[in-house]
Ligand binder design. Structure first.
Ligand code: CA
Length: 332
């Protein structure tokens, strides 16, 4: 279930709305924070009582992590949601036009059923891959990307996540970096930050606009008009702008949604996902993004699929990597 608009090829010059642009800038520009480029502040960390096991394991193996990555201890977790949670999702997303329990079931049924998954230890990038990093890859290799990622590459956005990269573009970077894309299960497991006591967000089950970058509720008429016309300004924030989760990962939720390695498939025993076409190379996308219109779309378990050759200006990625077998990070 995508919440963003395919934005490539949008013509920015529409005289009829030119007079509105200044007003739109003033009414829609998202709040900016100072950049904290992936530096972890001690007061950002969750309470030790909540994260003792995972953090101890992470700390023990930190010295072996590649630059910009942290080790994620393996373990077992419950992936997805139980169907009984669908009404609560309809309530959470009640500001979405025409939301109902039936609509919530159509949109979020692919998150069911909740099922137990074993995840082996792995490394995960602490932050989304940035424009600076992607440019270094392209410069080093001459890679010709499918997506027009360079449209949002400039000196002011070097530490913002790269966007408008296809799944193939993301995979090419990952392989060049000696990494890979995370599986969907790895992504969801890592996003929890070691917490199995939360259902919706890494920080808990309440909406908190300070914890992630998404399009908040209450969009004005002019802001909506701008979005519909494809003129909404980019709303990404520099990576590392939000507090980390229990594994020290930042912006797993929001900012840009993130490609995962998996082809789309319903969960075992889950409903038939008729909303997706068969035969396409659909790859999973996770985490929601700066244009997600409601927190219901940025939950830990929210999943949707996109063709591997498509790109969005609200979609990027981060990498995972295999952990040496000797690291011994398997959780009980
Ligand atoms: Ca993200």
């Amino acid at each position: 279930m995508g919440t963003g608009n395919r934005s490539s090829g949008t013509a920015p010059a529409l005289p009829a709305v030119a007079g509105c642009l200044l007003l739109l800038i003033l009414t829609t520009a998202p709040p900016r924070r100072s950049s904290l480029p992936c530096e972890i502040r001690s007061d950002d960390l969750p309470a030790a009582s909540e994260q003792k096991g995972p953090l101890e394991a992470v700390t023990a193996a930190r010295s072996g992590a590649p630059e910009g990555m942290v080790p994620i201890p393996g373990g077992t977790f419950l992936m997805g949601i139980d169907a009984s949670e669908i009404p609560a999702l309809a309530e959470l997303g009640s500001e979405v036009p025409h939301m109902s329990v039936d609509m919530a079931r159509d949109w979020f049924g692919i998150e069911t059923p909740e099922h137990r998954v074993v995840v082996e230890p792995f490394f995960m990038d602490t932050c989304e891959v940035t424009n600076r990093e992607y440019a270094a890859f392209v410069e080093a290799t001459g890679y010709e990307a499918e997506g027009p990622w360079h449209r949002y590459y400039d000196e002011d956005r070097l530490d913002h996540p790269v966007v408008e990269v296809s799944w193939h573009d993301a995979l090419a970077y990952a392989e060049w970096a000696g990494k890979r894309l995370p599986t969907e299960a790895e992504w969801e497991y890592a996003a929890r930050g070691g917490r199995q006591d939360v259902s919706w967000f890494p920080w808990g089950d309440t909406v908190d606009t300070e914890m992630a970058n998404w399009r908040e509720q209450g969009e004005s008429f002019l802001a909506g008009l701008w979005r519909i016309l494809g003129l909404r300004p980019m709303g990404t924030m520099p990576v590392g702008s939000h507090p980390p989760n229990g594994y020290r990962l930042q912006e797993m939720i929001g900012n840009v949604s993130e490609w995962c390695s998996d082809r789309f498939a319903p969960y075992p025993g889950g409903p038939d996902a008729g909303i997706y076409h068969e035969g396409e190379d659909l790859r999973m996308v996770r985490g929601g993004h700066w244009q997600s219109p409601n927190p219901v779309f940025i939950r830990l378990t929210a999943r949707y699929a996109s063709s591997a050759g498509e790109w969005e200006r609200d979609r990027g990625f981060r990498c995972a990597a295999d952990l040496p077998a000797s690291a011994g990070l398997r959780s009980p």
